[in-house]
Design a protein around this ligand. Sequence first.
Ligand code: DX5
Ligand code: ZN
Length: 220
Amino acid sequence: MAIQISPSILSADFANLEAAAASVPNADWLHVDVMDSHFVPNLTLGAPVVEALARVSAQPLDCHLMIEDPDRWAPDYVEAGASSVTFHVEACAAPVRLARELRSLGARAGMALKPATAIEPYADLLCELDMVLIMTVEPGFGGQDFLEVCLPKIERAAALLAHCDSDIWLQIDGGVSAENIERCAAAGATVFVAGSAVFGADRPDDMVQHLRDLAEKGSG
Ligand code: DX5
Ligand code: ZN
């Protein structure tokens, strides 16, 4: 499957998210980090901001919910206009039920795992999803160093997903850069979130293309 790049607006200018979206026309998605200061020790934005961004963004929104009780709140993000909604399995009471609900509302359903969460206990649920997100930093903040120890989990997740009939995307998020994206793609990741690497670059859209080129090289 084709490589996709999803720049995280967490590293963009929150005073002008419309300009941030417009600065990366080459991006497949815009990654929107929703944090509630309970599941993670940081607070960002909620459904009203997602709704506003959805109105002005040319790219579809890839919402990453780092919140408690996603069973209750995640459907609101589909209503707000997100095309993909990813919840954390550590916070979710009923992942299959929630994934089915998100899909029935018309969004893609993703399930995220923190670095210390093993993928194997969820092996039987994975085919219910559209995407699995393997965090490569502890969620909560942009600009952290990539956790190299997560690479074997990317490989194991890719092997598990290969058993599903449908094409389930494998996303990674945290510390992704030109330095490591090639080996992440070689490990089997297909969708790459990058915040500081893209919005910290002089020319964000050129960086999106550069990351895509490197990932394509790694996956080939
Ligand atoms: C971290 C967020 C990430 C973050 C990535 O909790 O989920 O999406 O914005 O930022 P970088 O690429 O700077 O690690
Ligand atoms: Zn994220």
